[in-house]
Design a protein around this ligand. Sequence first.
Ligand code: NAP
Length: 233
Amino acid sequence: MTHAPQTPRPRVEVNFAQTWDAKISTRALTPSDFSSSTDKHRLLQIRSSADAVLVGVRTAIADRMTLGLRDPDLREQRMRRGQPEFPLRILASRSGLIPLDLPVFHSEGGPIIIFSTSAMPDRVRAALEPRATLHLQTGPELRMAEVLEILTSQHGVQHLVCEGGPTLLRSLLASDMVDVLNLTVCPRIFGGRTAPTLSGPAGEFLSESRRWRMERMETLDGECFLRYARTRD
Ligand SMILES: NC(=O)c1ccc[n+]([C@@H]2O[C@H](COP(=O)([O-])OP(=O)(O)OC[C@H]3O[C@@H](n4cnc5c(N)ncnc54)[C@H](OP(=O)(O)O)[C@@H]3O)[C@@H](O)[C@H]2O)c1
């Protein structure tokens, strides 16, 4: 049997915290700061291992993210490994409506790359061009397979960490492009039908369920950290 050649793409690792009732945010999509300081530092360690960190624009807005590495030790470790001081900072937006006052544009960190569509208004495009490399796809949807292919072929990204949000994760899951899932289960219950889970608000089933193999489990500060690898057999 012959297999179609696979387009080169980075290894994709995602990182989320969730409540006992599997919510990753409240129904008002408030900032996701419900995990411990230990977990927040682990998030930075995972971020610092990657060539690039990717988020959807609503997460960048809600969580006021800089996508940098405020811990100098993590930056030094990167440089000792021969990596640039900071990972690339990648934003995804279908509409292209990206506020210019986002902390990511006004903080120390890696070069910024934005993937969007031709829907991005000209005035936003003109304002973003001096601040970021723009890749604007034609058509209403952002094709994530193309995003990943460009990250590898044009920006040398071999290892990508996606820090959400659930809308973006859902599209990566739909195309089966998530290789590693880091999940911190926090002792909280939010309730609420409309608060999103990992795969976004309640919606359509994925075309098939995705299966995972546990690689690591540790408990600390009342939380359970889980690391899973995708199994494709
Ligand atoms: N607990 C956690 O670990 C965690 C992690 C991350 C986020 N969160 C929380 O999640 C909430 C935000 O959820 P969300 O689903 O709105 O976040 P999101 O996925 O970051 O952002 C959604 C927006 O990103 C763009 N986007 C996402 N996927 C896209 C795709 N495939 N193609 C094109 N554009 C895409 C779109 O922007 P446009 O609208 O501009 O087209 C979309 O509206 C916040 O409350 C945040 O704190 C929690």
